[in-house]
Design a protein around this ligand. Sequence first.
Ligand code: M6R
Length: 584
Amino acid sequence: MCEIVGYIGTREAAPILKKGLKELEYRGYDSAGIAVLGRGGLAVEKRAGRVEGLSAALRGRCGIGHTRWATHGAPTAQNAHPHVCRKIALVHNGIIENAHTLKEECLARGEKFLSETDSEVVAHLVARAYRGDLLAAVREACSRLEGSYALAVLAEDGKQIVCARKKSPLLVGKGEDGCYAASDVAALPPKCEKAYALADGDFAVLGKDLALFGADLCEKEGEEVVLERKEEGGLPFGFRHFMRKEMAEIPRAMANSRLEIKETGDFSRFYEVLCHAEYIQIVACGTAYHAALCFEHAAEKFCRVPVEVTTAGEYRYRDPIVPKGTLCLAVSQSGETADTLAAAACAREKGAKVAALVNVLHSSLARAADFVLPTRAGGERAVAATKSFCAQLAALYSIVHALAGIAGREAPPFSLAKEAETALVRSEKTARWASRFAAARSVYFIGRGADYCAALEGSLKLKEISYLPSEGYAAGELKHGTLALIDGRTPVVAIATSRALAEKTMNAVSEVRARGARVYLITTLPELVSRGEIEDFVLLPPCEEEYSPALTAIPLQMLAYHTALACGNDPDKPRNLAKSVTVE
Ligand code: M6R
């Protein structure tokens, strides 16, 4: 997604801006740019491609920078930010929904546009309103905007950066050497000693000092965020990619993410709500959505509480029914996913208590929720979610456990850190499968029950980093249409961890085998691995079938990783994708 940085102070701005953008690079982007205000006025450099290509030679101690993930207009240097209009330079993250109308208005006034972006229109509005007071001009411009934005703006004849925020994340901070702005803590250098999250509708002025303002332009105190940067370091020896390193961290992420939800202690308020929850709705996207589906299976089986899982982008627009006593769980690694934020807000408006299960504690979702349940996976830099998925499952299974206790039922205890270690070792053999997968036209992942949820996640992971068409399918559904697509060139990954459903999944295996498919089995059941129909298998340690996605995810992630390498792709930075999706 688009990321913003800004600096004003006693040091040269360009190297600081470049360093900040580099720290956020892993989140995905396609073009970059910086604007620096120096003695000679405003200097701008923009390019399609990587931040490395920007020179750090622009001189000046005040500047703004941006990485862009194209939404309106191709990823070209012209569409890259900063956008300049007369004295104003501006970077924007978010989507201006009424950009078309505003642009028509500007064009009618004879104003010229240089890019196809929605963002450039904001630079025009600020430039039109600017009469020496940049804060007032930004505020006036913002009053015309619909949609989402995080903005950092500077004026050629000013000595400040003005920031504004609505729905898109933005932090501002200060240290001895100056003031900073950034989309995320990771881009704030160690010299930045204090940082504040701008609230929706707020503004900040970065100059000699840092000042925060509410929507009414009255100065206000900021909400300080914890500057936890230690997990954002480089790639340790022995790992070629962050994705693989993060997979190695799965056992620790799971152990750290179990929650002690009981009457006393940190989560006692949440426990109270859980005691009265008659209905649970979960909103999430992508991998987090799959974690939620796994929860649904376990919670309904062990606790007999009705659970409804909806992708966040669908939830908000379908006018959902939120019965009295609904607990809404919003699950998100980043806590910045625009759809999840909007869905959680929608559930809250309709009377649900909202608990945010997030990995980033200073995130917008954490701030907007009634309760924050942390996953402690540590920073995740690879775009493909790996350890955060297993950490979400550990936390969600802790909720299952607490709910079962409240309902006077039994749920088996969950602790799979040791088994995950074994799974990591046994999954390495998927490297031998990779060349065949890389050569396939399409791939199927099949399973039933909780294994079906794992199949969906396995398929998403493969698509995301290998770019191969693939589908996760309920094993019993194949024969209702999709079997027509299976032939000798289709690898099928079957997941079978349920003794009760294993034979049914193996029936589907026989059906695809009969059409020539090669079948790769991921199982916890030793009796299945000697079946003649299997090309190869990963045998995982025994585990309660409802919790098994936390284990089966590991060979699935590993298979995706090795296939991406076999396809010649960088698994950490898949094309077209961003780590946190801050636009709708
Ligand atoms: O930060 P979130 O958990 O809210 O992100 C949701 C999805 O965008 C994310 O899980 C995405 O699907 C992953 N890149 C998948 O690996």
